[in-house]
Design a protein around this ligand. Structure first.
Ligand code: UGA
Length: 441
């Protein structure tokens, strides 16, 4: 929304939420989330043509285009538990819009939803509108931004997708939305489709991206067992233009609020359509992801002489990826849980994650504000997030203050393993079998 405000000065953008605390935070100097470039952008447009407010009904009445961008988490209860989407917040917003609107509206489905949700929402509008002359035109406009690069992704998107009904009003609504994006996105990058294709494309995109990570991670397991090197295999795969180099970094496993949720949603959708082999296919992407996290954590214990009991292990990075403070479904959570179950003393250093977010999950984990303090007397450092600053730490200094042998488990393959070995570290990395000469100095 701030990007729309930036490029469309003639449009007034109002972001509403019933949560007063959150809106106050958005109106303050301390935004409720960390996202590179977001603060600078908000400073530029807030109070000019971008407003944050709790006056939901007023904004509904005043706006011609309404984006619904509420959370659609996996259901945690009843039918479809842990798979189906919980659309209760989504439906409740739709009912509020229908009951409040006094004239025609374009309703933009921004949240990720299962296929055919637009149809259900349209029926809710029709059944709840104030009078039958009000038209609600539902269009699907899925979000493709990734956390950490959100502003860049919206400034220069690969594509913008707008799906609508194949009717005169549907086409007009698609055109209005496309013309908003047309202020800064080249026309050939604005793809228009049918409603259900747009909804499915969003799920399919996330499933394909997650599948690439599970694919490379499955190969990393073979590398570790065979002596091949995943970074070399990655280079070969990435140089085939049909495969391409992006999203081929072997890791501790993918995390975040989207991939696992959307894969589970896709699996549930397939099952509800009786497409069981298709459901099994996508389920496997999740199985490999869990296997990768488990495999990595088990390797830590195995390499540290089969016990981490009472050993201090320092986890560098707790966010699910770099450049965000978001810890939702982060691989670091599973790793910490595994190590705690083994009796390790776990401490965490992450440049952006709030200690509260770690303590909500693990009361006993110590959160450090400085990587060098964090490493004091540690037996091992585990790299769980690919923060750039880890590459430039003074590793000799860190080595000097650790117990020996000092271990590094690089779950992101971001460090210079040769250099670390020459310092004296025992180095283990995803998909690489590194020869460690024992050094206790
Ligand atoms: C993802 C998609 O990339 C976005 O296109 C989509 O809009 C978004 O979900 C969403 O549905 O809202 P996001 O979850 O923010 O974005 O982050 P990604 O960059 O996709 O990373 C997801 C996870 O995969 C992270 O844990 C990351 O570290 C991991 N990853 C990514 C790898 O392990 N290897 C890679 O090569 C790339």
């Amino acid at each position: 929304m701030p990007v729309i405000a930036k490029y469309c000065p003639e449009i007034k953008v109002t972001i509403v939420d019933r949560d007063e605390e959150r809106i106050n935070a958005w109106n303050s100097e301390h935004l409720p989330i960390y996202e590179p470039l977001l603060k600078e952008l908000i400073d530029q447009v807030r109070g000019v043509n971008l407003f944050f407010s709790t006056e939901v009904d007023k904004a509904i009445r005043e706006s011609q285009v309404i984006f619904i961008a509420v959370n659609t988490p996996n259901k945690t209860y009843g039918m479809g538990q842990n798979g189906g989407y919980d659309l209760s917040a989504y439906e409740s917003v739709a009912r509020q819009v229908a009951a409040t609107a006094e004239d025609d509206k374009i309703i933009v489905e921004k949240s990720t939803v299962p296929v055919r949700t637009a149809d259900k929402i349209r029926r809710i509008f029709e059944a709840n509108r104030k009078h039958k002359d009000i038209n609600f035109e539902v269009v699907s406009n899925p979000e493709f931004l990734a956390e950490g690069t959100a502003i860049k992704n919206n400034d220069k998107p690969d594509r913008v997708l707008v799906g609508g009904m194949d009717s005169e009003k549907g086409k007009k609504a698609v055109e209005i939305l496309a013309s908003i994006y047309g202020h800064w996105v080249p026309r050939e990058r604005i793809i228009t489709t049918g409603l259900f294709s747009a909804e499915l494309s969003k799920l399919a995109c996330n499933a394909f991206l997650a599948q690439r990570i599970s694919s490379i991670n499955s190969i990393s397991a073979i590398c570790e067992a065979s002596g091949a090197d995943i970074t070399e295999v990655q280079r070969v795969l990435g140089s085939d233009h049909r495969i391409g180099p992006d999203f081929l970094n072997a890791s501790v496993g993918f995390g975040g609020s989207c991939f696992a949720k959307d894969l589970q949603g896709l699996v549930y959708l397939c099952e509800s359509m009786q497409l069981h082999p298709v459901a099994e296919y996508w389920k496997q992407v999740l199985i490999i992801n869990n296997y990768q996290k488990q495999r990595f954590a088990m390797r830590i214990v195995r390499e540290m002489f089969d016990t981490v009991y009472r050993k201090k292990i320092c986890v560098f990075g707790f966010a699910f990826k770099k450049n965000t403070g978001d810890v939702r479904d982060s691989a670091a959570i599973d790793i910490c849980q595994f190590l705690l179950n083994e009796g390790a003393q776990v401490s965490v250093y992450d440049p952006k994650v709030l200690a509260n977010d770690v303590h909500r999950l693990f009361e006993k984990v110590v959160c450090e504000r400085d990587p060098y303090d964090a490493a004091q007397q540690a037996h091992a450092i585990v790299i769980a997030t690919e923060w750039d600053e880890f590459k430039t730490l003074d590793w000799s200094n860190i080595f000097a203050c650790m117990k020996k042998p000092a271990f590094i488990f690089d779950g992101r393959n971001i460090l210079d393993h040769e250099e670390l070995r020459s310092i004296g570290f025992q180095v283990f990395a995803v998909g690489r079998s590194i020869r460690n000469d024992v050094s206790y100095s």
